[in-house]
Write a protein that binds this ligand. Structure first.
Ligand code: FAD
Length: 522
């Protein structure tokens, strides 16, 4: 990835992505959390969106030349194996419910992360784990499932009926200062609290990195001050992100030019003007470092099944620094898998049309239809979101920003009960042969529930803190993560077992050129 990632910007610029430039026309850089140098290429506050538009334009061109066939509004619900190799997928047409098998010589999953297991996250509403989980159930190992990134800069939860959280870009911490009142339960308006009564806690604890400490550290510290009663806003689960100083020093125009779109978005959602009053932010689930285990060629443990981007576990370890997700996804998709999949195919005999009639394909279609019928026929009295919200709360409270052995054991006790509730009480209105979002959500939730259990197993098994995995029993006197490199320097890759007790495989991490050190942002 490191080798190929330098080509990404050129590739994307060629596709029309408007990366920011300096006055002289050279590409501009800015800093992000966890680094003290400006090294991130960006497109204002919309880097991801602009990259997506660039990729879509390039894809549309391939559609026009008929090199690619597109199946919009289809969910992949299973992967089909023939002689142990991935040879196709089963999909459901979301508009009319048609279940169909698609043959292939190899399969690539680029189905994203599973942050929505927490119910509330910054992910798109349709993000889910089904493709990965179906592959896992068919034998693909799932690595480091409990490594979840919680982003510190999100608009706080307002009430129980919310279904989505919004990220305010990390870039805002370049100029915004994070603080809470020194006094607990301080109900004054932010602008009424004088400087000496504010705790700029990140600048105080981490003088070297200040507001640009990595996401896991900033998130945990926000939780800590809120748990201590210093949180602000109606719920007390928010901290201020204040632009007063930069506006005073550089003017509102400077801020508007750099972050205008983000400020507008904040104002639309929070109904407060962030140029006049500090933003309120709180951590939220954002990215999942765990995913399908892949080898150097991005192939899972199922031959012919590849996994790229956020859906695999590779590259980020227990912690991901800002901007590296898109870098990894683009490196995987543009530069790595096109070569490794051709290498795989060069050793394979092309499949023939008859395989579509083989038992493996028929069974996969039948199994999918059976699952759907089963869910439709439960006819209970709970809607999908109600059960998902319950699952999300357990995972957030017990497998979230900080974990402990007692909480994880409780999670392992509660999650099977939620599973039972799902299979006995869920109610899906309407028909399976129609556009039915409740059915779509239910098919995703059943897999999220099983994944949640694996996440708790993984977090309980790792008796150390590392990166975003913070076990309260393993911390330093200064409340920093305490690693145990002697016992836990491995990737935890789990194998699915129908009895609910997954097997753990350990892939040792060996460092040749890097000396392991404990992070310090002080
Ligand atoms: C709000 C936000 C801001 C971000 N900002 C940045 C940033 O500035 N820099 C950075 O590096 N990273 C950023 N990230 C992270 C980065 O955007 C993601 O990690 C990246 O987009 C993942 O790309 P992907 O292609 O692997 O998956 P995704 O972009 O999640 O795409 C997966 C697609 O697969 C579809 N899908 C899932 N399951 C199925 C199924 N079973 N059948 C059919 N389709 C399915 C999904 O609907 C989705 O369209 C951000 C993430 C979020 C949420």
């Amino acid at each position: 990835m490191a080798e190929t990632s330098v080509n990404i910007i050129d590739q994307c610029v060629a596709q029309g992505v408007p990366f920011a430039r300096e006055y002289g026309g050279l590409l501009d850089n800015r800093s992000f959390g966890g680094v003290q140098v400006s090294r991130t290429f960006y497109a204002r506050g919309q880097t991801g969106q602009q990259l997506l538009l660039g990729a879509y334009s390039a894809l549309s061109r391939q559609l026009k030349t008929e090199k690619v066939r597109f199946f919009p509004r289809h969910d992949m619900l299973d992967v089909v194996l023939l002689d142990g190799k991935a040879k196709g997928v089963v999909t459901r047409n979301l508009l009319n419910g048609e279940i169909k098998a698609h043959q292939a010589d190899a399969v690539i999953l680029a189905t994203g992360g599973y942050g929505n297991v927490y119910y509330l996250s910054t992910n798109a509403m349709a993000s889910n784990v089904t493709a990965n989980w179906r592959a896992h159930r068919k034998g693909a190992l799932f690595a480091n499932p409990s490594f979840t990134q919680i982003h510190p800069t999100c608009i706080p939860v307002k009430n129980n009926f919310q279904s989505k959280l919004t990220l305010m870009s990390e870039s805002l911490r370049n100029d915004g200062r994070v603080w809470v009142p020194k006094q607990k339960n301080d109900k004054r308006k932010p602008n009424e609290i004088p400087e000496q009564e504010r705790d700029y806690y990140l600048e105080r604890i981490y003088p070297a990195f200040g507001n640009l400490v990595p996401r896991d550290v900033a998130s945990r510290r926000a939780k800590e001050v809120c748990d201590n009663g210093q949180g602000v806003g109606p719920t007390g689960f928010a901290v201020y992100l204040d632009f007063k100083h930069v506006i005073q020093n550089k003017g509102e125009g400077y801020v508007r030019e750099k972050y205008g779109n983000l400020f507008d978005m904040y104002q639309n959602i929070a109904d407060e003007n962030p140029y006049k009053t500090p933003m309120k932010i709180y951590p939220a689930v954002h990215y999942t470092m765990g995913g399908l285990w892949v080898d150097y060629n991005l192939m899972t443990t199922i031959p012919g099944l590849f996994s790229i981007g956020e859906s695999n576990f590779s590259d980020h370890g227990a912690n991901r620094l800002g901007a590296s997700a898109l870098m990894q996804g683009l490196a995987d998709g543009y530069f790595i898998v096109p070569h490794t999949i051709t290498d795989y195919l060069s050793k394979e005999k092309p499949g023939n049309q008859d395989t579509a009639n083989s038992e493996a394909f028929k069974n996969a279609v039948n199994k999918t239809e059976k699952d759907i019928n089963k869910i439709m026929n439960i006819k209970g009295d709970m809607v999908v979101d109600e059960i998902h919200r319950e699952l999300g709360k357990v995972v957030w409270d017990k497998v979230g920003m900080s974990r402990n052995s007692r909480g994880l054991k409780e999670a392992l006790d509660i999650i099977p009960k939620i599973k039972e509730k799902f299979w006995n009480n869920v109610f899906i209105p309407g028909s399976k042969n129609d556009y039915n979002q409740e059915l779509e959500k239910a098919l995703r939730l059943k897999d999220f529930i099983e994944l949640a259990e694996l996440m708790a197993f993984d977090a309980l098994d790792r008796n150390e803190s590392c990166g975003a995995h913070f076990r309260e029993e393993f911390q330093t006197k200064e409340n920093e993560a305490k690693r145990n490199d002697i016992e836990f320097m491995y990737v935890a890759a789990w194998k699915y077992n129908a009895d609910g007790k997954p097997n753990l495989f350990k892939e040792d991490l060996k460092y040749k050129h890097v000396k392991l050190k404990t992070r310090s942002y002080k």
